[in-house]
Ligand binder design. Structure first.
Ligand code: FMN
Length: 376
C-alpha cells in the first residue's frame, strides 16, 4: 500500500478516521488510529463543555482543544493527528483551531460550512495542514476563489470530498441527497480535475458510505489518495460514544436510519437512528443554551423557529454521555445498520485488509519532513 503525504508528512495507511462530535472521536480513538498508521481526528465540537463536565473543572475552548489534541498525540506515538472543527460552530471556531495548534495538531479539517478564515488563522502555523471538507466542485471553487481574493498566502493541503451517505452534517439539501449526480463516485471526477489543475498535487480524500475494502480500492483507483471513515469507527472499543450509543447503533436496521426532524439549526440535514432515546426526533424541551450552531447574528434557529429547527447541542452532548437527563440523539452514516459488533481499531484495520503499523514503526520520527526538510 503506497503511503500518502500531506504537507510533507507521510501517512502509511490510506485511512482517515473522520472527526465525530459530540464526544465520539476524542483522544483514545484518534490516538489509536494515528498510532496504527492512519490519520486520527479529534472532534472539537463542544469539547469545552464535555471536558468541563467530565473533569469537574472549567475548560475554555482553547484549553479543551489543546488538552485533547495533546492527549491524542501522546497516544499516537508519532502518528498523524488532525482536529475537526465545524464552521457551523462559529463562536468557538478560531479558539478551537488555535487551541489544537497549541496542542501540537498535524492538520485542521473543517467543514459544515466553508472554512473561509482558515488560511488566515493558520498563517502563523506553517507546519499545520489545512484541509477543507466539500460536497461539490462548486463549493471548492467558491472557497478557493474567496481565499485568493482575500490574499491568502496558503491554500488547501488536502481536500475531503464528502458525499450524501456520510454521518454528521451533510452539505446537501435534504431533497438532493438521493440525486444520482450527488453520489460520491459522481462528485469526485470534477473535483479531482479541479484540484490537479488549480491546487496541485495534493491528496483528495473520499468520504461518506465507504465501508468495505472494495469501496476503498474503488476510490483509490479513481485517483483519491485516501478515504475518510466515520461510521466504521463509531462503535470501536476506542470510540468515546457512550455504551448506549454503541448499542443503539448495533441494534439499528436500515429502517431506523432517517434524517433528523426538525433539522439542525445550521440548516444542514443530519442522519440519526430511531434507536436513540429521542427516537430520531431532535425536539428539545429547552431552548438552545449552548449556542454552538448559531447564525451570523448570534441567534440559534431552534429558539426562533422551534417547529423547523431543534437544538442539537444538548441532544448531542447527551449522546456523548455528558447530559444524561436530556436524552441523546444518535447520529450515524447511512451504513450504521451494517455495524454489528464492537471491535478494536486494530481489528477494523485488519478486517479491511490493512497491516496496522507495528510498534517498531511507531515513534516520534515516524512523521518525516519531506526531502526539502520542510514539514510544511
Ligand atoms: C456520529 C458521527 C458524528 C460526526 N460528527 C462530525 C463532526 O462533528 N464534524 C464533521 O465534519 N463530520 C462529522 N461526521 C462525519 C465524519 O467525519 C465522516 O466524514 C463521515 O461519517 C464519513 O462517512 P461514513 O460515516 O459513511 O464513513 C460525523 C459522523 C458520525 C457518524
Amino acid at each position: 500500500m503506497t503511503p500518502f503525504r500531506i504537507r510533507g508528512k507521510t501517512i502509511s495507511l490510506p485511512i482517515v478516521q473522520g472527526g465525530m462530535g459530540i464526544g465520539v472521536s476524542l483522544a483514545p480513538l484518534a490516538g489509536e488510529v494515528a498510532r496504527l498508521g492512519g490519520v486520527g481526528t479529534v472532534s472539537s465540537a463542544a469539547l469545552e463543555d464535555l471536558l468541563t463536565l467530565r473533569e469537574g473543572r472549567p475548560f475554555t475552548t482553547f484549553e479543551a482543544a489543546a488538552h485533547e489534541v495533546k492527549a491524542a498525540k501522546e497516544l499516537a506515538a508519532g502518528g498523524y493527528v488532525a482536529v475537526n472543527v465545524m464552521c457551523a460552530a462559529a463562536t468557538t471556531y478560531e479558539d478551537s483551531v488555535r487551541g489544537a495548534v497549541a496542542g501540537g495538531v498535524d492538520a485542521v479539517v473543517s467543514g459544515a460550512g466553508l472554512p473561509t478564515d482558515l488560511p488566515f488563522i493558520l498563517a502563523d502555523a506553517p507546519d499545520v495542514a489545512l484541509i477543507p471538507i466539500v460536497s461539490s466542485v462548486r463549493a471548492l471553487r467558491v472557497l478557493v476563489k474567496l481565499w485568493r481574493r482575500r490574499g491568502a498566502t496558503r491554500l488547501a493541503d488536502a481536500v475531503v470530498v464528502e458525499g450524501p451517505l456520510a454521518g454528521g452534517h451533510l452539505g446537501f439539501r435534504a431533497e438532493e441527497i438521493g440525486d444520482e449526480a450527488n453520489r460520491l463516485e459522481n462528485l469526485l471526477p470534477p473535483i479531482l480535475e479541479y484540484v490537479r489543475s488549480g491546487l496541485g498535487d495534493i491528496p483528495v480524500i473520499a468520504a461518506g458510505g465507504v465501508y468495505t475494502r472494495d469501496d476503498i480500492d474503488r476510490f483509490l483507483t479513481m485517483g483519491c489518495s485516501a478515504v475518510q471513515l466515520g461510521t466504521r469507527f463509531l462503535c470501536t472499543v476506542e470510540s468515546s460514544a457512550s455504551p448506549e450509543f454503541k448499542q443503539a447503533i448495533l441494534d439499528t436496521t436500515t429502517e431506523d436510519i432517517e434524517l433528523a426532524e426538525p433539522a439542525s439549526p445550521c440548516g444542514y440535514p443530519f442522519r440519526v437512528t430511531r434507536r436513540s432515546p429521542r427516537e430520531g426526533r431532535a425536539h428539545s424541551a429547552n431552548p438552545c443554551r449552548y449556542k454552538y450552531l448559531i447564525d451570523s447574528d448570534g441567534r440559534c434557529k431552534a429558539n426562533l423557529e422551534p417547529e423547523r429547527y431543534a437544538c442539537l447541542c444538548s441532544a448531542l452532548l447527551s449522546a456523548g454521555g455528558a447530559l444524561e437527563a436530556e436524552g441523546g440523539l444518535y447520529s450515524t452514516g447511512a451504513n450504521g445498520w451494517r455495524v454489528d459488533h464492537v471491535m478494536s481499531v486494530r481489528d477494523v484495520l485488519l478486517d479491511l485488509g490493512f497491516e496496522p503499523a507495528s510498534a517498531a514503526e511507531s515513534g516520534p520520527d515516524r512523521l518525516r519532513a519531506d526531502d526539502s526538510g520542510r514539514a510544511a
